[in-house]
Design a protein around this ligand. Structure first.
Ligand code: TYD
Ligand code: MG
Length: 465
């Protein structure tokens, strides 16, 4: 009889430790170690099975017949865009997001759309009872769609159900945290269970050719709980995100074995479910005042994800001997540096002025790439010249006044383009730009170029008044 040892597994990163500790050594998370048996995945209770002799598989070459991955298109354009052209048969897709963001709503709408197109769709809810799911479907106007519905959490029962009848084209499992398999001994939601359940389901997808969608809740650190373990096992990972307190939702691909990962789908949550927003720029720019000086949009990156953030500056004459510098959401020392470079190399004087700098939406920017946007906002506020509303800025400023290229220029521009921006100010020497920004981008080599451009825009536009 195999001896059952106790081990502790970090629920955040999956690290295994022989004894309990308050802090995980691997990821530094507090209170994340949970006791789990060593049974692990696929372990046979009692360890009775003798090891099977391996069977050789046929080796092959890299070249040869390839079947282009066929796609199951939902007809919801923003969703199809994020998945890279539709669901891929035989693949597993993870949809992550905060609880309550709208994952179940989105997938119910997708299920209904696909069912109406004649695909067989099975929706397995582990979190809500059948009545609750029906209620939502009614609200979404999807109650008549021929979707097969079940409320079940046991993986073996789910797979047995799926094996009956016509092979489903799409299976939605909501959520991975509620699934459990007989093969693992731990409680549902633990790393061992989530990993084992996901593995079983992914194996089903590969062997049957059905597309499987797993729903995963994100923890407050922004990882998918039951966590990273699922992310690397699936073929594609989409995050569903909300933009601070708004009704807007962004579906973002962070991993995709069958398509690009720099696509986003934009939705708006309404009382009838998620509505596609095919031109987000209008909504996004609608909130901004085109003629307000002191605002510049920074095209930033958060890890591998591009984000657009508005930077606001207010430069006002100071009654104080030592003018005030106040920064929210950025580094104060960095602001002092940008001000010094503007004074020393561009002849822009701030010595008699208070400077307030704010990053909209409560964001915190850590990137030096924001320098150029900050400088643009400062010059705009000081001179009272509003910057073009459809322009984004990024680039690092060095002490010599040169503007240095930053990474991911292409990704920043792509996001800006998606959100309806038409112009960009970026460092000269940036990686080659393709796409719509080619002619409308202004490459500056030094900060003085930018100051001249902003001052020049007054002459161009203001001269007619
Ligand atoms: P839900 O899809 O249940 O979120 P998740 O599965 O990601 O946890 O959506 C939850 C929120 O969406 C809920 O707070 C109510 C809101 N909602 C609407 O505003 N309109 C609707 O038509 C629906 C179905 C939900
Ligand atoms: Mg849900």
């Amino acid at each position: 009889m195999a001896k059952t040892r106790i081990q502790f597994i970090c629920q955040s990163c999956g690290a295994v430790s022989p004894r309990w500790a308050g802090k995980c050594d691997a990821c530094g998370g507090w209170n994340t170690l949970v006791e789990e048996g060593t049974g692990g995945i696929g372990a046979v209770p009692g360890g009775l099975r003798s090891p099977r002799k391996g069977r050789p598989v046929a080796l092959t070459t890299l070249s040869g017949e390839i079947e282009d991955a066929p796609r199951i298109v939902s007809g919801i354009a923003e969703l199809d865009r994020a998945t890279g052209g539709g669901f891929v048969p035989g693949s597993a897709l993870l949809v992550g997001g905060d609880p309550g963001i709208g994952k179940s709503t989105l997938l119910m709408q997708a299920a209904a759309a696909l069912a109406h197109r004649g695909h067989r769709v099975v929706y397995v809810s582990g979190e809500e009872a059948v009545a609750q799911v029906r209620l939502r479907a009614q609200r979404l106007g999807a109650a008549t769609a021929p979707v097969d519905l079940a409320a079940e959490t046991n993986v073996e029962d789910i797979l047995a159900t799926l094996a009956e009848g016509r092979r489903p084209d799409l299976v939605i499992l909501d959520s991975i945290q509620t699934l459990w398999t007989d093969l693992a001994e731990s409680a549902p939601g633990t790393v061992t269970q989530v990993r084992a359940a996901a593995q079983a389901v992914i194996r089903y997808a590969k062997s049957s050719g059905a597309a499987v969608v797993l729903v995963g809740h994100v923890t407050k650190e922004g990882q998918i709980a039951g966590p990273r373990v699922v992310e690397h096992m699936v073929d594609a990972v989409l995050y569903f995100e909300g933009e601070g307190g708004h009704h807007f939702r962004i579906l973002r691909a962070v991993k995709n074995r069958f398509g690009p990962t720099d696509e986003i789908g934009v939705f708006e949550m309404s009382d009838k479910g998620l509505r596609e927003v095919s031109n987000p720029s209008e909504l996004f720019l609608g909130e901004r005042h085109a003629k307000a000086p002191g605002a510049a949009v920074f095209a930033g990156m958060e890890g591998t994800r591009p984000v657009l953030v508005e930077i606001q500056a207010l430069v006002a004459p100071s009654p104080l001997g030592t003018p005030r510098r106040t920064v929210v959401g950025w580094d104060g020392a960095r602001l002092a540096m940008v001000l010094a470079v503007l004074e020393a190399h561009c002849g822009v004087r701030f010595a008699q002025h208070d400077v307030y700098l704010n990053v909209a939406g409560g964001y915190r920017i850590a990137e030096p790439a924001a320098d150029l946007a900050v400088a643009a906002a400062l010059v705009s506020s000081l001179t009272g010249i509003a910057l073009p509303a459809d322009c984004v800025y990024f680039g690092e400023i060095s002490l010599s006044g040169a503007v240095r290229p930053v990474a991911h220029a292409q990704q920043r521009l792509k996001e800006a383009e998606k959100l309806g921006f038409a112009q960009a100010v970026l460092p000269s020497g940036s990686e080659e730009i393709t796409g719509g920004f080619g002619s409308a981008s202004f490459l500056c080599a030094t900060l003085a170029d930018l100051v001249v451009r902003i001052a020049g825009s007054l002459r161009r536009h203001g001269g007619d008044d």
